[in-house]
Design a protein around this ligand. Sequence first.
Ligand code: GAR
Length: 195
Amino acid sequence: MGLNLGILISGRGSNMLNLVNASQRGLINSKIKIVISNNKNSNGIDKAKRKNIKTKIINQKEYESKKDFENALSNTLKNEDVELVCLAGFMSILSKNFLKDWNKKVINIHPSLLPSFRGKNAVKQALENKVKTAGCSVHFVDEGIDTGEIISQERVPVLSNDNEETLGKKILKKEHGLYIKVIKEFERKCFNGKT
Ligand code: GAR
């Protein structure tokens, strides 16, 4: 049994494409109902279109207020019967106004072992802090920046010659596996009537 997923992106969309491929290849039972970008120049939108996924650009700059923008987001997701919203490089903080309708139904992937290194440049932050182990996290989204309850994490050893690019690539690979693992867990819990 699968869920209807809506994916929100802002940029290149590799996590989005990974979920689309997993769905289309039957690796997960969930279906990607829509991919929405808040950035009209997002490369990810073209990648989704090429996979015949419904897409929409909802550009915050075209709305008078954050509330109007979030209402447009929420209504679009509801119109597609989305049950779980997956943020995948979506660089806008969702407010209480949006989250009140999507309590425990919005998850995000972040390239650090939260609660360490929230926000932007997480991989750079990990290197600057000379950690021996980096990684990635999937967490429920709350009103903070990468602060919601952690669902699952993957660890990546940091080598002495790692730089932002090499470590970032290793973490991104882990992100792709982690997001699929988490979706499968949601599917399993829904099927067992636990959520
Ligand atoms: C990913 O590394 C994701 O974890 C990160 O943005 C990248 C998007 O890449 N998200 C955050 O930093 C959220 N705070 P993608 O567009 O190729 O999936």
